[in-house]
Design a protein around this ligand. Structure first.
Ligand SMILES: NC(=O)c1ccc[n+]([C@@H]2O[C@H](COP(=O)([O-])OP(=O)(O)OC[C@H]3O[C@@H](n4cnc5c(N)ncnc54)[C@H](OP(=O)(O)O)[C@@H]3O)[C@@H](O)[C@H]2O)c1
Length: 316
């Protein structure tokens, strides 16, 4: 079956905008659910995209808005919770996917594509983030049925215009003259390009060979966090000495920043970084950081994203 109308949860975020763009350019009807329609009106430049303000945690609202769609893509996820006990992560990463599944089963929607994370593991995950991502992914796959095909993707860190990885370090490096102290500097990543991730989601939609499967997504190269921060500084032309903090200081920093507004670094982030975010096997996505990062680091991200959306819209 061709899935023509797609409800996109988390479609206003960094990854979601790319997936919305790809879906719009493949002639799909896309319905994006958001907490604040006004903040994301730039998405309406895409044809066939509707933007609906709602509370996805209200199951009645959720059902109302996914009714009649052919498929649901769920990208909603958080890196930090307001609380410190995992309840916030559980609500977003476990309760919401279960509620989406329940709604799809009741409304006879036969397809869900779900965003998890590399190393998500309900039992062994070292952080609430990874454990709850694992629980949500398991719930979807375990309780789906012959009538409902689930595919989940498990990426390493994702980069591209508007990302919160390279752009965040770029901002911090600019604020820190000479030396930049870095927690968890040896953690390893295989950064994967957002356009490659979006392509995998869109291709999976009608591809039966992906039904019921989980896919790890990694880029072509592996780096330590220190190498990636050095790369960011070099790309920006900043002369910074990156100092790898010893583990106990990294942990102390996490304990402290956990209580700062917006949690710039949390104990849960620290725990997630205990395990390398690299793929053990399988094909790697093609786009390297060298192919795109220099073109957007230091630019006005919001404008770059809007230009990208307009380009997709003009192509149709
Ligand atoms: N970025 C990465 O490097 C990376 C790596 C691995 C996995 N992932 C996963 O990929 C997904 C998308 O990541 P992203 O970087 O695109 O995230 P993002 O930019 O933060 O976007 C997430 C979207 O989810 C919605 N959302 C967030 N918190 C919510 C809440 N409490 N209630 C309702 N809606 C909420 C927001 O939509 P509204 O504000 O419009 O409601 C937001 O647009 C997440 O599940 C993330 O865990 C990301």
């Amino acid at each position: 079956m061709k899935h023509k109308s797609i409800c996109l949860l988390g479609g206003t975020g960094f990854v979601g905008k790319y997936i919305a763009g790809r879906l719009a350019s493949s002639d799909k009807h896309v319905r994006i659910l958001t907490r604040n329609r006004n903040n994301h009106r730039d998405l309406l430049v895409l044809p066939n995209v509707e933007l609906i303000e709602t509370d996805v945690f209200d199951s009645t609202q959720l059902k109302k808005h996914i009714e009649g769609m052919d498929a649901v893509i769920n990208l909603i996820g958080i890196l930090n919770e307001k609380q410190h006990n995992g309840d916030g992560f559980r609500k977003v990463h476990v309760d919401l996917p279960k509620s989406i599944l329940d709604a799809c089963l009741k409304l006879h929607i036969h397809r869900i594509i779900h965003m998890s994370a590399l190393n998500a593991d309900a039992n062994q995950g070292p952080s609430f983030y990874l454990r709850t991502k694992g629980e949500g992914e398991n719930a979807l796959h375990t309780f789906s049925s012959d009538r409902l095909a689930v595919t989940s993707f498990r990426p390493s860190v994702i980069f591209g215009p508007g990302d919160s990885f390279f752009n965040r370090f770029a901002g911090l490096l600019r604020l820190t003259p000479f030396a930049f102290p870095l927690a968890c500097a040896n953690a390893r990543f295989a950064p994967v390009y957002v356009g490659d991730v979006a392509d995998r989601f869109v291709r999976a939609l009608d591809d039966k060979s992906t039904f019921g499967k989980h896919f790890d997504l990694c880029g072509p190269e592996q780096y330590s966090l220190k190498q990636l921060v050095e790369y960011t500084a070099t790309t920006l032309g900043l002369n910074r000495h990156i100092i790898a903090l010893p583990d106990f200081i990294s942990k102390m920093q996490a304990h402290t920043l956990e209580w700062f507004p917006g949690k710039p670094f949390s104990l849960d982030n620290y725990n997630s970084l205990k395990i390398d975010s690299v793929c053990q096997q399988g094909a790697h996505e093609p786009t390297s950081i060298d192919m795109t990062v220099p073109s957007y680091l230091g630019s006005n991200n919001r404008q770059t994203e809007y230009d990208a959306l307009r380009k997709i819209a003009r192509r149709l």
